[in-house]
Design a protein. Structure first.
Lengths: 282, 132
């Protein structure tokens, strides 16, 4: 699992964010056979798209939702313009529009010079809730608590399981997690995952002023990871206003809280972690 | 224990913040929850009843019409809303768990998920004036 973009809301490059990263959400997932799956197409996907495509010639891009920080890099991903790379983009439809219609709002004039229909090797798929047919992986998608149609993913391959809930506010609708698994958004996706990549945008004080915006305080992320009994938690989707020093301090404090409940591995742009049946590590 | 669809989870959260009594069932008609405002009318807390199959809750409250005739489960607004996927409104009597008989106005609506899958149905209700 390689992190190409870890930031939430807006890209925030600069010397103060160089270690945790300034690009928005994008994660590369490769299995031992070399199959490639990409989670979200934030600004981080541009650099990923400059690397060699997989031998299979197929890339599956799974969008969690269509907020700009999750799609902004799509039009800058080089693989879309190489006729020999088959790019399958999956994402949620709305009640009235399919993915193509929704995505075309961005990938068309006046916001973008190239229209989706001019990219013949790109196929768009409305995400089915439940099993998603992606070669080389078992992928399950389910709606999660975040404004607008938003899905989380559970990805399995080679005996390892990754849960990806980049934008998620479980604290909004689970009564502070007191209502149990049945009433906790995202629970089945994350349950006992080897690696949970989860929204950790806010401090507790910030969250109090942003309830309903669809994101989590780190404290909620830790509660959610504890409730779902994951082996490793990777906080993700950092607020653009949080610099490296701020995040260092947050995670040092969080490590004391987490103790030995699970491994805490903050997302760092450019880092690759291996995931197996016992958790995740560099 | 499997997690419920997030739409249902959000529905419960909404209901928890409303003073309008709300009663929600799953696609099979089993009671999923009712909110605090509904507890006052039904005469007991949800925590004390828990989940109930349709056959149980539809008779437990002894629904009757204004003439005192029992209403069959299939003719209750929630059950019609589920079966026919349309909103239904009705006035009828129930007996709460506290033994009190109350006349209710009930509007039941089917709950349909983002891609048209059935999530169940919700009844919004309130105490209605009696006929006397």
């Amino acid at each position: 699992v390689t992190l190409w973009g870890t930031r939430g809301s807006q890209a925030s490059p600069g010397p103060e964010t160089v270690r945790y990263g300034g690009n928005t959400s994008c994660i590369e997932v490769r299995n031992r056979a070399g199959d490639l799956l990409v989670l979200d197409a934030g600004t981080g996907i541009r650099r990923l798209g400059d690397t060699a495509p997989p031998r299979s010639g197929r890339v599956d891009v799974l969008l969690s939702h269509l907020h700009m920080d999750h799609i902004q890099g799509l039009g800058f991903c080089g693989w879309l313009y190489q006729g020999d790379v088959e790019v399958h983009v999956w994402g949620p439809a709305s009640t009235t529009m399919d993915l193509r219609t929704r995505l075309t709002r961005y990938l068309s004039a006046p916001l973008f010079p190239v229209h989706l229909r001019d990219l013949p090797s790109v196929s768009l798929h409305d995400i089915p809730f439940g099993r998603v047919p992606v070669p080389g992986f078992t992928v399950d998608a389910a709606l999660v608590c975040h404004p607008g149609p938003t899905v989380g993913y559970r990805v399995g391959s080679d005996g390892a399981t990754l849960a990806y809930l980049s934008d998620h506010e479980p604290a909004l609708c689970s009564g502070g997690f007191r209502a149990g698994p049945r009433w906790t958004s995202g629970f089945d996706l994350a349950r006992a995952a080897d690696l949970l990549v989860h929204d950790a945008q806010y401090t507790t004080d910030e969250y109090a002023e942003r309830i309903g915006w669809g994101h989590s305080a780190l404290e909620h992320t830790i509660e959610f990871a504890t409730a779902t009994e994951v082996k490793c938690l990777m906080p993700f989707h950092y607020d653009p206003g949080h610099d490296d020093r701020t995040l260092d301090a947050r995670f040092a404090a969080a490590a004391q809280v987490v103790a030995d409940r699970f491994t805490l591995v903050p997302a760092l742009e450019g880092v690759t972690v291996s995931v197996d049946g016992s958790g995740a590590g560099a | 224990v499997s997690q419920l669809p997030v739409e249902v989870i959000l529905m419960r959260e909404l209901a928890a913040h409303l003073a309008t009594p709300i009663f929600v069932v799953d696609p099979d008609g089993s009671l999923l929850f009712y909110n605090e405002a509904a507890e006052r009318i039904l005469g007991t807390r949800y925590d004390e009843t828990g989940r109930m199959p349709v056959a149980e809750w539809s008779t437990r409250f002894e629904p009757t019409d204004d003439e005192g005739m029992p209403i069959a489960p299939d003719d209750l607004p929630l059950v019609i809303a589920l079966r026919e996927r349309r909103p239904v409104h009705a006035l009828f009597w129930i007996r709460g768990f506290d033994g009190e008989r109350r006349r209710l106005g009930v509007t039941a609506v089917p709950l349909v998920g983002l891609v048209e899958y059935p999530l169940g149905a919700a009844a919004l209700f309130w105490e209605a004036p009696t006929c006397e």
